[in-house]
Design a protein around this ligand. Structure first.
Ligand SMILES: Nc1ncnc2c1ncn2[C@@H]1O[C@H](COP(=O)(O)OP(=O)(O)OP(=O)(O)O)[C@@H](O)[C@H]1O
Length: 316
C-alpha cells in the first residue's frame, strides 16, 4: 500500500443472489481527505461501505484499510475505523456522556482516556452543555453529532459515514458539514456516501460517482465540473458585433448568442482557461471589456452527463 493511500480497493464486487449490487469497483482514498460516493438510491453505496466496514463479508476483490488486508485481518480494519450509520443507533435512555463513555469501555479504552476524549469530543460537536440529556430528548441534528462523536471515540484513522445528513433540515445539514470539516482538520480521513449532490460538492476533496453498482468517474468536484466543458461566459464589451465576429472562430468556443447588452458563449473546454485568452484577443483588437461572468456546470450537470439522467438535489 502506498503511504498516501489509507484505503485501497480493487475489483470489489458484491451480489445478493443473482443481483450484483456492486460490480468491479476500484478506488483509493488518500490519508487526510474527505472522499464521497455519490449516487442515487440503490446504486450500491451502502453495500460497498458495508463491505469496507466489515458488516458484509467480502465476496470478490481486495480491500486494504490502514495497512490491513480486509480478508485476512477484519479485526485490524475494525480497530482502525469509526462508523456512523444511516439510521440513528443511539440507546435512547443513555445520556450524551454515558453514550460516549460506554463506547470507550466497549473498546477497552482506559478510564483516563475515556474522560479526556469524551470532554474533547463533546466540545468539538458542541454538545458539552447537553452531557446529562438523554439521547431521546435530543434534536435530529444533535443525535447525528453525538453519533459522529461516538464514531471518533477511539481516534480512528478513517471515519465512515453512510448518508450522514439524511432526514436533517437544510440548516442542520450545513452545520453537520461544518462539524465534519472540523473532524477532518483534526486529521481524520472521512469516507462518506451520499445521494445529495450539494453535499458531495461542498464537502468532498474527491468524489466517485456510482450508478448501478459501478464507479462511473472519480475526481475532485472542480475536475468533474471542469471536464464537462460547456461553461457559459457572459461578456459585455465596447463593440458587441465585432467581439462576436472575432470570437466565433476562437478555439474552444462552441456557440455565441447575443444577450442583453453583450454576448453569451458556450465553451467546449474549461471556461476558466479560455476566459483570459478571450479577453486578450479582444484587447489586442482594441476592444475593451466592460463586464464578464463565468458560469460553471453544477454537480447536477455532471451527474446527468455521466449517467444520462438526473439525480434530485437536496431531496430524500
Ligand atoms: N440485503 C439485501 N438483499 C438483497 N438485495 C439487497 C440487499 N441490500 C441491498 N440490496 C439491493 O442491492 C442494490 C444496492 O443497494 P444499496 O443499499 O447498496 O444501494 P445504495 O446506493 O446504498 O442505496 P440507499 O441509499 O437507498 O441505501 C439495490 O438494488 C438493493 O435493492
Amino acid at each position: 500500500m502506498s503511504d498516501e493511500n489509507i484505503i485501497e480497493v480493487s475489483g470489489l464486487s458484491h451480489s445478493y443472489g443473482d443481483l450484483e449490487a456492486v460490480h468491479d469497483v476500484s478506488f483509493s482514498v488518500r490519508r487526510g481527505e474527505i472522499f464521497s460516493f455519490l449516487g442515487p438510491n440503490g446504486a450500491g453505496k451502502s453495500t460497498a461501505i458495508n463491505v469496507l466496514i466489515t458488516l458484509l463479508k467480502i465476496q470478490r476483490g481486495n480491500v486494504r484499510i490502514s495497512g490491513y488486508e480486509l480478508s485476512e485481518n477484519p479485526q485490524g480494519v475494525r480497530e482502525s475505523i469509526g462508523i456512523v450509520f444511516q439510521e440513528i443507533t443511539l440507546d435512547r435512555d443513555m445520556t450524551v456522556e454515558e453514550t460516549l463513555k460506554f463506547h470507550g469501555r466497549l473498546y477497552s479504552m482506559t478510564a483516563e482516556e475515556i474522560k479526556s476524549r469524551t470532554d474533547e469530543l463533546l466540545c468539538l460537536v458542541e454538545l458539552d452543555g447537553k452531557r446529562d440529556r438523554r439521547t431521546k430528548e435530543l434534536s435530529g441534528g444533535m443525535k447525528r453529532r453525538l453519533e459522529i462523536a461516538r464514531g471518533l471515540m477511539t481516534r480512528p484513522d478513517v471515519l465512515f459515514l453512510d448518508e450522514p445528513t439524511i432526514g436533517l433540515d437544510p440548516q442542520t445539514r450545513r452545520k453537520t458539514w461544518e462539524y465534519l470539516r472540523d473532524v477532518n482538520r483534526e486529521g481524520t480521513t472521512i469516507f462518506l456516501t451520499t445521494h445529495y449532490m450539494d453535499e458531495a460538492d461542498v464537502l468532498s476533496d474527491r468524489i466517485s460517482i456510482i450508478d448501478n453498482g459501478k464507479i462511473i468517474i472519480t475526481g475532485t468536484p472542480a475536475e468533474l465540473k471542469n471536464n464537462l466543458g460547456e461553461d457559459l461566459i457572459y461578456l459585455e464589451s465596447s463593440d458587441t458585433k465585432c467581439s462576436k465576429e472575432i470570437l466565433t472562430k476562437f478555439p474552444g468556443v462552441k456557440e455565441i448568442k447575443e444577450k442583453d447588452k453583450g454576448i453569451i458563449l458556450s465553451t467546449y473546454r474549461d471556461g476558466t482557461r479560455i476566459l483570459p485568452e478571450l479577453i486578450k484577443v479582444l484587447e489586442d483588437s482594441k476592444i475593451s471589456i466592460e463586464a464578464v461572468n463565468l458560469k460553471k456546470p453544477s454537480m447536477d450537470n455532471v451527474f446527468m452527463h455521466y449517467t444520462g439522467r438526473g439525480l434530485r438535489d437536496g431531496a430524500d
